[in-house]
Ligand binder design. Structure first.
Ligand SMILES: [Zn+2]
Ligand SMILES: [Zn+2]
Length: 378
């Protein structure tokens, strides 16, 4: 018998699920988001070549507001939209040669079931609690407005912002914090109404996350952008966040009397990393706990506007669940620009992956994007 010459490490590589405030589906296929996938795939190939045990996962967010908006515009069901885009992503990634161990989607019953279990566990441990709050409501549509449907002025920097986030100053917002609020659908100012919601006690994790971020900084595990932004949030003091919403699609709150409410992306989509690992284990008859223990290293690859959702919210959720490791490496990419302008699908300033695949070999595209990736040449 050969003695074991090398101790293997487990490396868990997570690619962003595209769940946060992006024009979601269309956005995903642009150059800008395509290039975000490259580092995950590079990492996966690299660690596999080194003989490490690698799990590389991602998926399509099929529960987001953009899907509902698009379905409404086209007069079809959200599922039809989700199916169409999921298929297109999966095809593109396959043609580009990405080596996912699992590429899944967030509208499977399996994902819903595990997310509900996570929600109940956090509730059981006292990290989720119920609270009556005021929420923005449009009297014309007669509905509570999803965060992204509320637009106005950022209270921190004065720029135009959406109810979930200010792109100008990276502040995480709640819709009622915006000044001069307008309903995105009809342009009228929304009113506020009382409704009950569930809150995640992020403030409970202030100390844990301070130590965690300090360690990441000391060991040089994250990029500078992730360290500085996370420290800024911690310095401002973590606040509890509403984790349920009145939305038409998504994962229902698994509590009698609250089934019409949905678990918000902060728990739902982020948990996609975890549910994807579980799904992989189930489908391949493997054990996902290999990747959920202190000896494993995890990489989270995403765009820089998603930093706090990985370094604070997902880390807080994992701490609440008592799962290790908290994200070890946070790989937050700067945006690729096209002729020096930030890419934007809404302004149609983008290069579409299906389009470039018609013209170039996948390896040439991968090479070009890799050597030009922002943040890779210092
Ligand atoms: Zn701002
Ligand atoms: Zn309205």
């Amino acid at each position: 018998m050969f003695s074991k010459l090398k101790s293997y490490r487990e490396v868990f590589i997570n690619e962003c699920f595209y769940w946060w405030g992006l024009g979601l589906c269309e956005w995903l296929i642009t150059f800008r988001s395509y290039y975000k996938f490259v580092p995950g795939d590079i990492l996966a190939r690299y660690y596999r070549l080194r003989g490490e045990i690698v799990l590389y996962v991602s998926g399509s967010d099929c529960n987001g507001t953009p899907i509902t908006i698009r379905a409404k515009q086209e007069g079809v069901t959200p599922k039809e939209i989700a199916d169409r885009y999921h298929q297109e992503f999966a095809d593109c990634f396959a043609r580009l040669g990405f080596t996912y161990d699992t590429y899944t989607r967030t509208d499977t019953t399996y994902h819903h079931k595990i997310v509900q279990e996570i929600f109940l566990e956090l509730l059981d441990k006292g990290y989720i609690y119920k609270k009556e709050i005021e929420q923005t409501y449009c009297e014309y549509e007669q509905q509570f407005l999803p965060d992204r449907y509320v637009e106005g002025i950022c209270p921190h920097c004065g720029a135009n912002a959406r109810g979930d986030q200010c792109d100008a100053c990276s502040s995480v917002l709640e819709p009622f914090e915006l000044l001069d609020r307008k309903c995105k659908i009809c342009g009228n100012p929304p009113i506020t109404r009382f409704t009950e919601h569930f809150y995640f006690s992020l403030s409970s994790f202030q100390n844990v996350l301070e130590n965690y971020t300090q360690e990441a900084e000391d060991k040089n595990l994250w990029r500078e952008n992730a360290i500085s932004l996370t420290k800024r949030y911690l310095k401002e003091g973590l606040q509890d966040r509403a984790v349920s919403r009145d939305l038409p699609i998504g994962v229902s709150v698994p509590i009698v009397g609250y089934e019409d409410k949905k678990i918000y992306v902060w728990i739902e989509a982020l948990s996609g990393y975890y549910t994807a690992s579980k799904l992989w284990a189930k489908e391949t008859n493997n054990d996902d706990s290999t990747f959920w223990n202190t000896s494993a290293q995890s990489y989270y690859v995403h765009g820089k506007d998603n930093i706090p959702f990985h370094s604070i919210i997902w880390a807080g959720i994992l701490a609440g669940l008592g799962k290790e490791p908290l994200p070890t490496h946070i790989v937050s990419n700067e945006y690729l620009t096209l002729e020096k302008k930030k890419l934007s699908t809404s302004k149609n300033w983008a290069v579409w992956v299906p389009d470039i695949l018609e013209r170039y070999e996948p390896d040439s595209i991968r090479y070009f994007l890799t050597i030009n990736a922002p943040g890779y040449h210092h």
